[in-house]
Design a protein around this ligand. Structure first.
Ligand code: TNX
Length: 511
C-alpha cells in the first residue's frame, strides 16, 4: 500500500514535470504583438508594495495609469513620483533615448534592480507599459486581488510599430452600445497597442450622435435598433468623455457619418432630406443599399455642413469618416459630385476625409484616405489617384464574419474567418496595386447586425483581434502562424483573466 502510494506520487510528479517541460516558455516569449527584438537576461525584478514609479514630468499621468493598472490584481497602490533618475527598486518612465524608435516606439529594460521604459514620446511609454503587463503573471489581468509573485523576467526589448494606423471599428448604429461598453472596447484594443477606434455612428437603423441643430436625428432616428428594441445615442458630452478616455490611452477616435446611402435613420427624422419630401419609416431590419439622401437638394448640404461642423468641434483627431459605401440607391452620376462636395465640407471644417473604397470613383482631395473593404479595383484606383489606403479586407479583417458554419453570431457573406485565416496575410502583398508605401495601416471592423451584447462583441473580437494588432504592429519578416499560434494559446489565460469569453478555436492549443 505504502509503495503503491509512493509510486503513484512519483508518477504524478513526473507527469507534472513532463508537462512543465513541454511548455517552458516565459511571458517574454509570448508577447502579442511580437516586439521587434527581445533579449532575455538572467534574474528578475519583483514588484512589491514598496516599488515606486518614477516618471518624467510629461509622463506622470502614464505612471498613474500604470499604477492603476497594477492595483486591482496586486492590491498595491504604487506611488508615482516625478523624477529624472531611477532609484533601485523602481519602475522608471523616461523620455529620450534612441531617436530611431520614432513617435510610438519604446525600449524596455528589466533588471533585478529596476525596470526602465524609454521612449521619444509618451505614446511609446504607454506601449511599454502594455508590454510590462504582459511580462507579469497572467493573474495581473484579473479585476480582483490575486495571490501571485509579481515577477518580471530580466529582458531588453526594443520595439516600434510597422504601421502608423492600427485600429478597429465598432458599429453602434445597428445595435447601440453606450459609454461603458465603448470604454471597455477601448481598453481591450489598447492592450494590443492599437491606436485608432473608428466609430460607425449612423446607419439605416439608427443615428447615434447628438447633433444639436438637428435634434430629431437622435430623438426619432436614434429611438430603435435592429430587431426593434429601444435604441439609444451618445450625447455630445458622452462622446467627448469617450474621446478623452481614448486619448488617455493614445487612441484616436474617428467618427463616421455614413452617406449618401445607409441614411434611413436621418431620412425618417427629417422629411426634407428626401427627394419626395416625405419622411421614411424607421427601419429595424438588416438589408443594405436601399436608402439615399436627396443629392440634388441644397438643404441636404446645409444639413451635412451642420453635422460635420458639430462633429469636427468635438473631435480632436484629424479625420472624419464620410462613409460612401453601398449607395446602391444613389445614381453614380449623383454619387460622385455628392462625395466630392462632402470632402469639401470636411475640409472647410479643418478635417481630412476617409471614405470606404467606393470613394475612389470621385476626385479625391489631397489626403483623403480610402478604406479598402471589398473592392480591390476601387482601392487600387484610389492609390493611382495618390490616396493612401486603410486595409480592412472583409474576407480577412471583418470581425463580424463567423469563424465557421457553427458560430452562433455573425455573418458569412465574405467567408468564414477562422483564427488562422485572420492572421495569415500581409497588408502589403494582398493586392498587387497596393504597396507598403500606399498603406497607412490596418483596421478590423466589427459590424453589429447580429451583435447585441458586450459579450457578443468579445466573442467575435477574441481571439482574432490580437492577430490583427500583430499584423499592424510587428515586422512581417519572422511572422508565421505556426509560431504565433503557440503564443496565442499561451495567451488564453490572460484573456480569461481579462474576463473575455473568447472563441476557443480548435486551430490553437489553449493553455
Ligand atoms: C458591409 S463594410 C457593409 C456594412 C455591413 C457589413 C456587414 C461596409 C462598408 N458596408 O454596412 O454592416 O457589410 O458585414
Amino acid at each position: 500500500m505504502f509503495h503503491k502510494k509512493i509510486s503513484l506520487f512519483l508518477a504524478v510528479c513526473s507527469i507534472a514535470v513532463l508537462s512543465c517541460n513541454t511548455n517552458t516558455s516565459t511571458p517574454a516569449d509570448n508577447l502579442i504583438p511580437k516586439p521587434v527584438s527581445v533579449t532575455k537576461g538572467s534574474g528578475q525584478f519583483t514588484i512589491t508594495e514598496g516599488t515606486s514609479i518614477i516618471a518624467a514630468t510629461e509622463a506622470v499621468k502614464i505612471g498613474e495609469y500604470l499604477s492603476a493598472q497594477l492595483k486591482p490584481a496586486t492590491g498595491f497602490a504604487l506611488k508615482v513620483t516625478p523624477g529624472t533618475a531611477a532609484t533601485k527598486g523602481s519602475i522608471f518612465l523616461t523620455l529620450g533615448g534612441d531617436a530611431s524608435l520614432g513617435d510610438e516606439g519604446y525600449e524596455l529594460s528589466v533588471t533585478a534592480d529596476q525596470v526602465t521604459v524609454t521612449a521619444q514620446k509618451p505614446a511609446g511609454l504607454f506601449y511599454g507599459i502594455q508590454t510590462i503587463k504582459q511580462l507579469l503573471p497572467e493573474a495581473i489581468n484579473a479585476s480582483a486581488k490575486q495571490e501571485a509573485k509579481w515577477e518580471l523576467q530580466s529582458v531588453t526589448i526594443k520595439d516600434q510599430p510597422s504601421y502608423a494606423y492600427r485600429g478597429s471599428m465598432l458599429d453602434i448604429a445597428r445595435h447601440f452600445f453606450g459609454v461603458e461598453d465603448i470604454k471597455r472596447y477601448i481598453d481591450l484594443i489598447a492592450t494590443y497597442k492599437m491606436n485608432t477606434l473608428h466609430l460607425h455612428l449612423t446607419d439605416d437603423q439608427g443615428w447615434r450622435i447628438e447633433i444639436k441643430s438637428w435634434p430629431n436625428l437622435t430623438a426619432h432616428g436614434g429611438s430603435t435598433e435592429v430587431g426593434g428594441k429601444k435604441g439609444g445615442f451618445l450625447t455630445q458630452d458622452q462622446y467627448k468623455d469617450i474621446v478623452q478616455y481614448a486619448m488617455d490611452r493614445y487612441i484616436t477616435i474617428i467618427p463616421e457619418v455614413d452617406m449618401p446611402g445607409h441614411t434611413n435613420a436621418a431620412l425618417a427624422s427629417y422629411p426634407e432630406l428626401n427627394c419626395n419630401d416625405t419622411a421614411t419609416k424607421l427601419y429595424t431590419g438588416t438589408e443594405v443599399g436601399f436608402s439615399t439622401l436627396c443629392t440634388s437638394k441644397e438643404v441636404v448640404y446645409k444639413f451635412l455642413d451642420d453635422v460635420i461642423k458639430e462633429l469636427a468641434a468635438i473631435t480632436p483627431g484629424q479625420y472624419i469618416h464620410i462613409g460612401g459605401d453601398e449607395s446602391h440607391a444613389t445614381k453614380k452620376e449623383d454619387y460622385i459630385p455628392f462625395m466630392e462636395k462632402v470632402q469639401g465640407i470636411v475640409k472647410a471644417h479643418g478635417k481630412l476625409a476617409i471614405g470606404w473604397d467606393e470613394i475612389a470613383n470621385c476626385t479625391l482631395q489631397p489626403n483623403t484616405i480610402a478604406q479598402y473593404w471589398a473592392d480591390a479595383a476601387n482601392s487600387t484606383e484610389a492609390v493611382k489617384k495618390g490616396a493612401k489606403v486603410i486595409i480592412s479586407p472583409a474576407r480577412k479583417a471583418y470581425a463580424d464574419m463567423q469563424y465557421d458554419s457553427t458560430t452562433r453570431l455573425g455573418l458569412h457573406w465574405a467567408g468564414y474567418i477562422e483564427v488562422d485565416t485572420a492572421y495569415i496575410w500581409d497588408p502589403a502583398t494582398l493586392e498587387p496595386g497596393i504597396k507598403r508605401e500606399n498603406i497607412v495601416g490596418v483596421e478590423a471592423p466589427l459590424w453589429t447586425e447580429t451583435i447585441v451584447t458586450m459579450d457578443d462583441i468579445e466573442y467575435m473580437l477574441f481571439p482574432r483581434l490580437p492577430g490583427y494588432a500583430e499584423i499592424a504592429w510587428s515586422p512581417v519578416t519572422g511572422r508565421s502562424w505556426d509560431e504565433y499560434k503557440v503564443r496565442l494559446g499561451n495567451h488564453g489565460p490572460r484573456m480569461k483573466a481579462m474576463g473575455i469569453d473568447y472563441y476557443p478555436s480548435k486551430k490553437v492549443t489553449w493553455k
